[in-house]
Design a protein around this ligand. Sequence first.
Ligand SMILES: Cc1ncc(COP(=O)(O)O)c(C=O)c1O
Length: 435
Amino acid sequence: MAKLAINGGEKANPQGHIKYPQISQADRDAVNRVLDREVFWGLNGPEITGLEKEWAEFVGSKYALTCNSGTAGLHMGLAAVGIKPGDEVITSSLTFVASALCALQHNAIPVFCDVDPRTFNMDVKKLESKITEKTKAIIPVDLHGMPCDYDEINALAKKYNLKVIADACQSHGATYKGRNVGTLADLSVFSLNGLKNLECGDGGLVNTDNLEYYEKANQLRVFGEKLKAGVPRDYNSYEIGWCYRMLELPAAYARSKLTHLADDNAIRQANAARLTAGLQGMPGLITPYVPEDRTSVYHYYRIRFDPKALGINMSPNEFRARIQKALIAEGCEAKRWQTRPVQLQGLFKDKTGYGYGCPWTCPYGSGKPVNYGPEDYEVTQQILEDSIVFYDPIYPPNGAEVVDRYIAAFKKIWENMDEVLDFPIDMNDPTINSL
Ligand SMILES: Cc1ncc(COP(=O)(O)O)c(C=O)c1O
């Protein structure tokens, strides 16, 4: 039996993997095109309008707006559907903080729904109980690139007259019942930050079929002004707005990346399928679940560990940390994405907000104290403790050889489980606590 690398043995993956993103000549040419043109900003710039047109076509929605981050796009979405101070907005407990931050940014109050232990998305069985007369919107999050249960969510939204803003920041190109993400909600928001399946360093995209929402979102994007292509600017702000516009350089780069997003997603899917197949039958390993009616674009590949299935009497948190350490020593990437449920972050614990507890203390709210109790994050907490994510090895240009070395690393670790349970471990070690 091979000795584990953590105990001085040879690494199962000495070659490692290639980092995402790789910059092609076409990407460089796109950026140079902007430099040569010497037009760097402006909402009617050719790259920005080109990206909006191409992204609307890719998704199959009537309208697309660029902006400078997914966080900005979510805020634009809430403004567009008319969220007001004190309104409640339900989102997932297992997400990036921006899914909830956007509600606070619009003086609304985030409410959290726990997730399903298999899909990691908002658990629709728990969603209805979170709806009150103050609820005005739901922000489902397509975690790790897999669409939420949109039919059920939209049905509840219809029943209670709520708006749905899809946090599709991780799910560019995924499908649900044959329909593209970006067409499944009142508005859908994508992030283009440097980690995303479609990226340009920092940026965002908002899709909708609704002209009124499109115009409102645009208004928030540019200082509350009503700006239209070809119409002279009258410098009149009608509402509170921000400066959320994108620039020409990232737009040009994103357009270049968009030309191969579908191919890149296919590689992620093939790599994920190979990894899942290679790990099949290994006890204590729970590979990602994708319901048959949808596709995932595997922004992350999350794998859960169950020490009990191996007859090991250890907390899932410590077991996960040990496997993670052992994988890293073998030359593999093994990361955590988020280390706590959103509502356990300082912002939501302190509830200072803008000062004086706003917006939680907003007089337009329900008047009841807002408590973020464990019933809304129990499953999220378990998932965060007992799982890790893979990122780079799933991304192109990595392929079968890299994935096979990851499978070999797992097999080696599983064959030497007694060693895994034995080495000293510091649970605060930063290498096992962040992305
Ligand atoms: C689920 C989710 N929502 C929102 C965001 C915010 O996107 P951005 O970083 O572009 O503001 C991210 C980005 O990490 C995300 O993963």
